[in-house]
Design a protein around this ligand. Structure first.
Ligand code: MTE
Ligand code: MO
Length: 196
């Protein structure tokens, strides 16, 4: 069986160094897969920002957009042109008062996974909250009912089963970042591990 494809010349410049194209869309989860219905799903914000709770309906009332994005897992597989639907992060942040002192976020998930981003890496128009994958409700293995997607960084930053955004005046490391992964994780710079 052949699990990986060699990138063709047409897409070679979109595949970061040390990465291969995956067949299909692998699932990568640390620990158990949380089962969360749309009715039970809630997203909280706290820290150096307004304290709010968004329900599923609140998110559906925001502008919805289709996104096509490349996906790079640090374990060396990439998948190009993944098709999603969701809410752009800047559109979401329009609805929230963030304090000037906030410079970083720590993303929280059902199941207690966390990952960190600078506010600058979080608040980009190509980042989005995804609830639909290839026109179908986001499968639970891929983070359904709602996940974040941050295409410009390794996919461990794309928090599945997202349920909280903590706004911070400094960098607090997330789960993998505390366990040796790079604090930022830019695939074209091969920022895989922290070197500690
Ligand atoms: N909550 C949560 N989010 C997570 C993970 C996880 O274990 N738990 N794994 C991360 C990693 S390492 C990758 S590569 C992607 C995998 O997403 P996928 O399973 O949809 O391919 O999700 C990221 N988000
Ligand atoms: Mo990953």
């Amino acid at each position: 069986m052949k699990y990986f494809e060699k990138p063709g010349a047409d897409v070679a410049d979109r595949v970061p160094p040390g990465q291969h194209l995956a067949k299909g869309f692998p699932v990568l989860t640390y620990g158990d897969t949380p089962q969360v219905s749309q009715a039970d799903w809630k997203l909280k914000t706290w820290g150096h920002a307004e304290r709010k709770t968004y329900t599923w309906e609140d998110m559906m009332a925001l502008p919805q957009q289709d996104f096509t994005a490349d996906f790079h897992c640090v374990t060396t597989w990439s998948k190009l042109d993944v098709k999603w639907t969701g809410i752009a992060v800047p559109d979401f942040l329009q609805t929230l008062a963030v304090e000037k002192t906030a410079s970083h976020v720590l993303l929280h998930c059902f199941g207690d996974y966390t990952t960190n981003l600078t506010l600058e890496d979080f608040n980009r128009p190509e980042n989005f909250f995804a609830h639909t994958l290839y026109g179908e409700p986001l499968p639970v293995d891929h983070g359904g009912p709602m996940r974040l997607v941050v295409p410009h960084l390794y996919a461990w930053k794309s928090a599945k089963w997202l349920n909280g955004i903590e706004f911070l005046p400094q960098e607090n490391l997330g789960f993998w970042e505390r366990n040796g992964y790079h604090r930022r994780g830019e695939p074209f710079a091969e920022e895989r591990y922290s070197g500690r």
